[in-house]
Design a protein around this ligand. Structure first.
Ligand code: 9MR
Length: 464
């Protein structure tokens, strides 16, 4: 981590009593930066500090693919539990895992994930019922009529076992070919049952669990291209004929050869316009640093711009457990540190990086700062607040602090700091006064109208 964070020292502070000022007309000395801020909206009390909480404030979920064998690792579970409100079993619900031999079902590893999620109030995406890959050999060996009944039995047994636990199922996964043909991919299902296997799978799924959202899921369909056109035409046909389908999953595995398409949002929107939800189901973006962060921010913003984009799932938690770990495509590094991509995703969701209570720096930690609030002056209708920033044991070159202001109050000016707002949260950054020697202090001030209580809540001080 480049930035170090510390908890705030001091909280509300003691209002300076007895001095009333009738109006705001009186000037404050050293008024270097005065910015009039619009009245702050009254809806959000705190900017969310985790992906799941921030997504929830946008009416979405933010999930991760999870592997049962990592749940015993404390940092893995802690990061999952803190940041995410949806999970997808990465491999544990696939055909080879749950029905390794015909009619013999084994749910224990998938159950571990579902139980964990249920215990934490997380949603679960089911992945996946009918797929050509991770398919046990006995399925590939069946003739058409046996295969049809095996497919329908598989769907029925698995969905029945998880009935009520799964918000969305990838009923059919990756049934289309890559490239420009728009054709279906060769698979035991396609080759023996023909195009109709997809429709049949969806009808069986609806009959089994009418409450689950039924999705078609694929990759390289993230922009407008021949493959996504073929999926689009299938969904359109299903909708026109009343074949049950509720959502389309866009896997969104990106790298320099397969970058985030410029028409990503437009592609999500055209599917949504067919009357289905869209979900980003397996997001990972190879890269690092700011370039990766920018891509993550763009993907999150594309989803938020489409009202039927109901959630985002990243395909893993730390880079080390990614299916393509050498491309470091995820939001957390191997030691579970948040990457710039994490901050970008959280900011795009409207959350505030740095609000995380799990990651406080210690006072005195190199590069850290603390922030302490006092009410400098007050009068009948408002007050002047003062925040003192103190560098930790090493010099810093900039600082930033979040203040949560009561929704009944309005900040009308700020000095010695540069403000920006997000809901009720005002972030104040250093201007000329960012450079502080070890242990040195500076302060900024602000004027609030709309009453003298409650005092603002001061968040973490972030230094660099
Ligand atoms: O991440 C999964 C990896 O652990 C498996 O080895 C692999 C086997 O096919 O499947 C990976 O997940 C895939 C997902 O189920 C479907 N879309 C592509 C994903 C990445 O390969």
């Amino acid at each position: 981590m480049i930035r170090k964070r510390t908890r705030t020292r001091g909280g509300g502070g003691t209002p300076a009593r007895g001095r009333l000022r009738a109006a705001l007309g009186a000037t404050t000395t050293a008024l270097l930066t005065v910015t009039a801020l619009a009245a702050l909206p009254q809806t959000t009390a705190h900017a969310a500090g985790t992906l799941g909480a921030a997504a929830a404030e946008q009416g979405r979920y933010f999930g991760a693919a999870v592997a049962a064998n990592h749940l015993g690792e404390a940092q893995y579970a802690a990061t999952l539990d803190r940041e995410f409100n949806s999970v997808t079993p990465e491999n544990e619900m696939k055909w080879d895992a749950v029905e390794p031999s015909r009619g013999s079902f084994s749910f224990s590893r998938a159950d571990q994930i579902v139980d964990h999620a249920r215990g934490k109030g997380m949603k679960v995406r089911g992945h996946t019922l009918v797929w050509h890959s991770q398919l046990p050999g006995w399925v590939s060996g069946l003739g058409a009529s046996d295969l049809r009944s095996a497919m329908n039995n598989h769907i029925t047994q698995v969905m029945t076992h998880y009935k009520g636990d799964i918000h969305s199922w990838d009923v059919v996964n990756e049934a289309f070919q890559d490239g420009g043909s728009g054709a279906r991919r060769s698979s035991p299902f396609q080759d023996r049952l023909g195009d109709g296997f997809i429709e049949e799978a969806f009808r069986t799924a609806r009959a089994t669990d009418p409450a689950a959202k039924l999705c078609y899921n694929d990759y390289n369909t993230d922009g407008v291209n021949a493959k996504s056109n073929a999926v689009y035409n299938m969904v359109k046909d299903f909708k026109s004929r009343g074949v049950p389908i509720d959502c389309v999953g866009f896997q969104s595995h990106f790298n320099p050869n397969s970058p985030v398409p410029s028409d990503y949002r437009a592609n999500l929107q055209r599917f949504a316009d067919l009357g289905v939800d869209v979900q980003i189901t397996e997001l990972d973006i190879e890269g690092s640093g700011q370039a990766q962060a920018t891509n993550y921010g763009n993907v999150v913003r594309a989803c938020l711009a489409v009202s039927r984009c109901t959630g985002i799932t990243v395909w893993g938690i730390p880079d080390k457990y990614s299916w393509r770990s050498s491309g470091t495509p995820l939001l957390f590094d191997d030691n579970y540190n948040k990457k710039p991509a994490y901050d970008a995703a959280l900011s795009a969701l409207g959350g505030t990086p740095g609000e995380d209570p799990e990651e406080p720096g210690e006072p005195g930690e190199p590069g850290a700062c603390t922030a302490a609030y006092t009410t400098a002056e007050q009068w009948s209708g408002g007050y002047n607040g003062k925040v003192t920033i103190t560098a930790g044991s090493t010099a810093i070159s900039s600082w930033s602090v979040n203040l949560t202001i009561a929704s009944s109050q309005q900040v009308v000016s700020v000095w010695n700091g540069s403000p920006s707002t997000n809901g009720n949260v005002m972030t104040v950054r250093s201007t000329w006064n960012g450079s502080l020697a070890p242990g040195a202090s500076t302060s900024f001030g602000f004027t609030v109208n709309g009453g003298t209580t409650p005092a603002p809540q001061v968040g973490t001080c972030t230094a660099s």
